[in-house]
Design a protein around this ligand. Structure first.
Ligand code: NAP
Ligand code: ZN
Ligand code: ZN
Length: 346
């Protein structure tokens, strides 16, 4: 099936309309008519070559929501007409220790990324900036009724990427959580951590988005451009989630952790991050990373969002505005996720 899409033809080049081939619906597959696709900063890192060479042309998009249009003969979990979502992966071996443990994103054989990856048939995967996608049913999530589909799309990456470490590092009542960067991931982290019962602080470059941060559930908001912030908050947090897409002064943020606190990096800048060992030693602190979340955990996150009335704050755009949207994301001018209306691709 040939479908319309938007693709980056080469590293750093503007995205342009194109058509791509989607495979036939196999016995275990689901054909999804895409309604919305979120723009994640990872899409921009990928097409700009921040993370190394890519198999161009690349159709980005791993925050996909749509409606099931067809299912294979062996699919029982999804039916035609269901609202579903697809996140950052569309396959994994299913057999290794990590897959069996529900950590498909850490598959020892390598999970199949939703775009710019090698699919099980040897072709290159193409993402959600498109009208349709065919995905193995095991990697298709149910979008609960009651979450608007446009606001649900960013949950498939920004939502799970922040939910998973918040859960793992115990965000909840009595815990002080700081979120660094109020962008797509950051604004989800604030809502999720607050719903989990934690006390949430936003650490943003400026106070420009303070009102939003407090409305989303933070109790405190500080500007990291103000050196006073680091002196005032020294030793305060149990968990700091760094969502910044660029380099940060890791030592400065580690100094904000209480004894046994953890700084968890989900931001994935192009350049290496460095730190002094003493920043960890003095305070028995940890520095960790986390990548999206497993499939079962992603479903748990979607259900959690439905129960708590959580969704992304989105600006819905037509596909031909994707380049402007990229420029605004790079300028930290996003409130708080651009979402492509796939109807504009038909
Ligand atoms: P985003 O919407 O652009 O948000 C990033 C935020 O970081 C900005 O809004 C800004 O917040 C802050 N920021 C940007 N540049 C900065 C700089 N030079 N110095 C200090 N702060 C800066 O991006 P996103 O989509 O949330 O993604 C964030 C990062 O997470 C990206 O690197 C992305 O690739 C990565 N990511 C990782 C995973 C994973 O599995 N680990 C999944 C998805 C995304 P303020 O204006 O509030 O300062
Ligand atoms: Zn993403
Ligand atoms: Zn595996």
């Amino acid at each position: 099936m040939r479908v319309n899409a938007y693709a980056a033809p080469a590293a750093g080049r503007p995205l342009t309309p194109t058509t791509i081939e989607r495979r036939d619906v196999g016995s275990g597959d689901v054909l999804i008519e895409i309604e919305y696709a979120g723009i994640c900063h990872s899409d921009i890192h990928t097409v700009n070559g921040d993370w190394g060479p890519q198999p161009f042309p690349v159709v980005p998009g791993h925050e996909i929501v749509g409606v099931v249009a067809e299912v294979g003969s062996e699919v029982t979990a999804h039916r035609v007409g269901d609202r579903v979502g697809v996140g950052c992966m569309v396959g994994s071996c299913g057999k290794c220790a990590n897959c069996r443990n529900g950590d498909e994103q850490y598959c020892l054989d390598g999970m199949v990324p939703t775009y710019a990856g090698t699919d099980r048939d040897g072709t290159t995967t193409q993402g959600g900036y498109s009208t349709h996608v065919v995905v193995d049913a095991g990697f298709v999530l149910r979008v609960p009724d009651g979450i608007d589909p446009a606001t649900a799309a960013p949950l498939l990456c920004a939502g799970i990427t922040t939910y998973s470490p918040l859960r793992r590092w115990g965000a909840g009542p009595g815990k002080r959580v700081a979120v660094v960067g109020l962008g797509g991931l950051g604004h989800m982290a604030v809502q999720l951590a607050a719903a989990m019962g934690a006390e949430v602080t936003v650490l943003s470059q400026s106070l420009k988005k303070q009102e939003d941060g407090l409305r989303l559930g933070a109790t405190d908001y500080f500007a990291t451009s103000d050196p006073e912030t680091f002196a005032r908050l020294a030793g305060r947090f149990d968990l700091i989630l760094n969502t910044v897409s660029a380099g940060i002064d890791v030592d400065a943020y580690l100094s904000l952790l209480a004894v046994d606190g953890a700084l968890v990096n989900v931001g994935a800048p192009a350049e290496p991050l460095s730190l002094h060992a003493m920043s960890l030693i003095a305070g028995r602190r940890s520095y960790a990373g986390s990548m999206i979340g497993g499939i079962a955990e992603t479903q748990e996150m979607l259900d959690f969002c439905a129960v708590h009335g959580i969704g992304a704050e989105v600006e819905v755009i037509p596909a031909d505005q994707v380049d402007e949207a990229y420029a605004r994301v790079l300028a930290s001018d996003v409130r708080y996720r651009f979402v492509i209306d796939a109807a504009t691709l038909r």
